[in-house]
Design a binder for this molecule. Sequence first.
Ligand SMILES: [Zn+2]
Length: 296
Amino acid sequence: MNRELDFLDKEVPGSIENHDWTHEVFPEELREIYDPEEVTIEPYESIEDLVGEVINPYRSSDLPLNNPRPFPGFVNFLDLAKRLGAEFFGFYLPYHKYHKSNRWGIYLMKEPILEHCNFLYDSQEEFLGKEILSYEEVQQIFIYCIFRHETFHYQVETFITRMELVQNKALFLPYQSEVEPLVRNSKHWLEEALAESSVVRSRYVFNKNKGVKAKHITALYEWHLKMMPPGYSDYECEEYNGPDEAHKYFASQLKETARNPKAILPKSMTVKSLNLHDFSSVPTYWVSNNRIKQIY
Ligand SMILES: [Zn+2]
């Protein structure tokens, strides 16, 4: 990737930026409970290492998480998840902006993830009919689902980078600043819809949770997605006649940096067709909040 970035830096003006660790790295709503200056960030060699280490057999529920006392103006976790979608549980910092500062990669948020796992574990009768999954299984499934979601953003960035190298034209940053604001928080937010579509029935997620039946994983994640905001909950891409067509439309949006692309690319030129499933080069971090450490 360094060679690609060197090329872009030299040959394609405006394709790369240099951002540092500031408050803006956290989505706005997340800053209500997370101060980027007051977090502990642990790097992991791999997502497998992270999962192996952070899964907790003991539940942290029955703690006063929805009690407004520990945080002034505290909003409950589920409410924040319903507003923020997957980015409440983790986010991706792109190398187009964060490579130079060594901050690019996937950040998984400890407290939102564990709290939501409590909630999913307690709710399993609603989507499985009876209690089938252990608390550890729920955590393992959910962490891999969020990781897979964030790796979709990495796949998108990789896809755009290739187009930038071929076209000698900045696409990633213009897409983020010009097109994304037009679709954000709507059912037309294809990057999030397709990210979730890549998680539902993901072979990758199934393989990482071999002890659990695939249909139980799907039931859990689809039930979770129904609560998520527009874009995330639109993973079936009904407005676009399903994910395959949406992939073609999305790839064309990226290529033309346009909300309504003029020419629709074929299926073989989509993010999905990239077939990139080696995520070992993506830096992965576990983020915990220093102020709520005592609760978890
Ligand atoms: Zn996302």
